[in-house]
Design a protein around this ligand. Structure first.
Ligand SMILES: [Zn+2]
Length: 110
């Protein structure tokens, strides 16, 4: 199934069975949006993602954005892992900063 076929093929609402029209996803390529098209029901307004056809590496834009998304997810995971691992040292560091600020405030106000 190619791109034009996916777009022009008649679609039916999975909720009410009426005809659904294919809409281009305005958020496609932004953040984690990987679905290029949506279907919107003409009767009940139900909106669904159109299953994305994995194009062979011809289209560069969606693949690049998918890579960006996975890179961002990996970075987020790494930061979260680091924060979890060094929770104790972060806590101690925060305590030291608080004590230092307290002592400084005490010395300044005397
Ligand atoms: Zn419907």
């Amino acid at each position: 199934m190619n791109e034009s076929n996916a777009r022009t093929r008649p679609r039916w609402c999975s909720r009410c069975g009426a005809r659904a029209r294919v809409i281009e996803n305005p958020y496609y390529g932004v953040g984690l949006a990987v679905h290029r098209y949506l279907t919107g029901c003409t009767r009940c307004g139900f909106v669904e993602f159109l299953p994305t056809v994995r194009a062979p590496r011809a289209e560069s834009q969606p693949i690049a954005s998918a890579d960006d998304a996975s890179r961002a997810a990996r970075l987020q995971g790494a930061v979260r892992g680091w924060a979890t691992k060094s929770r104790v040292s972060l806590f101690v560091l925060g305590g030291l900063i608080a004590v230092t600020a307290g002592v400084a405030a005490f010395a300044l106000t005397r």
